[in-house]
Design a protein around this ligand. Structure first.
Ligand SMILES: NC(=O)c1ccc[n+]([C@@H]2O[C@H](COP(=O)([O-])OP(=O)(O)OC[C@H]3O[C@@H](n4cnc5c(N)ncnc54)[C@H](OP(=O)(O)O)[C@@H]3O)[C@@H](O)[C@H]2O)c1
Length: 304
C-alpha cells in the first residue's frame, strides 16, 4: 500500500532508544499504525479493492515511516469516504488500544467512575472520548497546561505533578473509582493507582510511559507489582490489555466500528501536529520534549 499518514507513538520512542526488551537491531523502520491507498493486490485477495483507502496496524515489525508497505489483507480495514487520513490514523493504534482497555479488559459499565492517567496523551484522549460514549464519570491526570483539553473532553483534571492523585480522588469521590487506566507504570505509580480504586475496582495497566524518565527498570518493576497486586485478597483486580490484533476478525470489526464513529462525527481525535514524513526526527524531538496533547502524525508529501 502507498502510505498517506503514519502515527508516531511513545512506543516508537522506546524502540528507537533501545529501552524495550526485544528491540530490533538497526537498520529497521518504525511505525505501527498507517493509513494509505491499496497499490497492488496479492493473489486471491478480495476483501479490499486496489485504489481503496485503508487503515492498518503494521504489527510489532513496524514499517509505518515509509512511502510503501506490504501488509497481509487481514490487517487492512477500509476507511470511510470523507474521513481525514490524519484523524483516521489516530484511531488505529490509540483508539483500538483504548477500546481494548475499556471494553475488553475493564468491561466498563455506564455510570461507573474511571481515572485515566496520561489523559492528554494519544491513548489518554482516546480513552476520554470512548469513556464519554460509554457514559462513565471521568477523572484524568495531566500536566496543568493540558487541563482545559481534559475538561473539554468531559473529565475532571488532576495535576499529577503537584497533586497527590490518591488523596485527590478520595476528596472528589469519597470511596475512589471503579477503574484506573494506567499507561505510566512503575511500582509506586501502580501501587497508588490500586489505592485509588474503590471496593471490587479494576486496575488496567497497559504501558510504561514512566520509562521515558526512569529507563528500562520500570518494566520489571511494573511486572513484579502487577503480580503482587494480583495476590492481594481485597476483591480488587489487576489486569493487562490483550493484544488487539490477536483475533483478526475482532480486530477488523472493532477498527471498522471506530472508523464509523469517526465518520459519523461521534469521535474527534486530537491531532497534536501533522509533520512531513521526511521530518520524522522532528516528530520524535516533539515527543521527547513532551507537553504536546494528542497524537503526532507523519504525513506523506502528496497528502499535505
Ligand atoms: N499496550 C498497548 O497495546 C499500548 C498501545 C499504545 C500505547 N501504549 C502505551 O501507552 C503509553 C502512552 O502512549 P501514548 O502514545 O498515549 O503516549 P503520549 O501521547 O506520549 O502520552 C503520554 C502522556 O503521559 C503523560 N504522563 C507522563 N508521566 C505521567 C505521570 N507520571 N502521570 C500521569 N501522566 C503522565 C503525559 O502527560 P502531560 O504531557 O500532560 O504531562 C503525556 O500526555 C505508552 O507507554 C505506550 O507504550 C500501550
Amino acid at each position: 500500500m502507498r502510505i498517506l499518514t503514519a502515527g508516531v507513538s511513545a512506543y516508537d520512542l522506546m524502540i528507537r532508544s533501545h529501552r524495550f526488551p526485544g528491540t530490533p537491531r538497526p537498520p529497521f523502520t518504525l511505525g505501527v499504525d498507517v493509513v494509505g491507498v491499496v497499490d497492488e493486490l496479492g493473489e486471491g485477495v478480495s476483501t479490499v479493492d486496489a485504489g481503496g483507502r485503508v487503515a492498518a496496524l503494521t504489527g510489532h515489525d513496524g514499517g509505518g515511516y515509509s512511502e510503501f508497505i506490504c501488509l497481509p489483507s487481514s490487517a487492512l480495514v477500509p476507511v470511510p469516504a470523507g474521513v481525514d487520513s490524519a484523524e483516521a490514523v489516530c484511531v488505529v493504534a490509540n483508539y483500538l488500544t483504548a477500546h481494548t482497555a475499556m471494553h475488553t479488559a475493564a468491561a466498563v459499565r455506564s455510570g461507573e467512575r474511571i481515572l485515566i492517567h496520561g489523559a492528554a496523551g494519544g491513548v489518554g484522549t482516546a480513552l476520554l472520548e470512548l469513556g464519554r460514549e460509554a457514559g462513565v464519570e471521568m477523572y484524568g491526570t495531566a500536566s496543568r497546561h493540558n487541563h482545559d483539553l481534559v475538561s473539554s473532553l468531559g473529565a475532571t483534571p488532576i495535576d499529577y505533578r503537584t497533586e497527590d492523585f490518591v488523596a485527590r480522588m478520595r476528596d472528589l469521590t469519597g470511596d475512589g473509582v471503579d477503574v484506573v487506566f494506567d499507561p505510566i507504570g512503575g511500582a509506586r505509580q501502580m501501587w497508588r493507582s490500586h489505592r485509588a480504586l474503590r471496593k471490587r475496582g479494576r486496575l488496567v495497566w497497559f504501558g510504561v510511559a514512566a520509562s521515558k524518565d526512569k529507563g528500562i527498570r520500570v518494566i520489571p518493576a511494573s511486572l513484579v507489582m502487577l503480580g503482587l497486586l494480583k495476590l492481594i485478597p481485597d476483591g480488587k483486580r489487576a489486569l493487562t490489555t490483550p493484544d488487539a490484533q490477536k483475533d483478526s476478525t475482532q480486530y477488523r470489526d472493532t477498527l471498522t466500528r471506530l472508523l464509523d464513529l469517526l465518520a459519523a462525527g461521534k469521535i474527534k481525535p486530537v491531532v497534536a501536529e501533522r509533520i512531513p514524513l521526511v521530518e520524522a526526527a522532528r516528530a520524535h524531538e516533539l515527543l521527547e520534549r513532551g507537553g504536546h496533547a494528542g497524537k503526532v502524525v507523519l504525513v506523506a508529501s502528496e497528502e499535505r
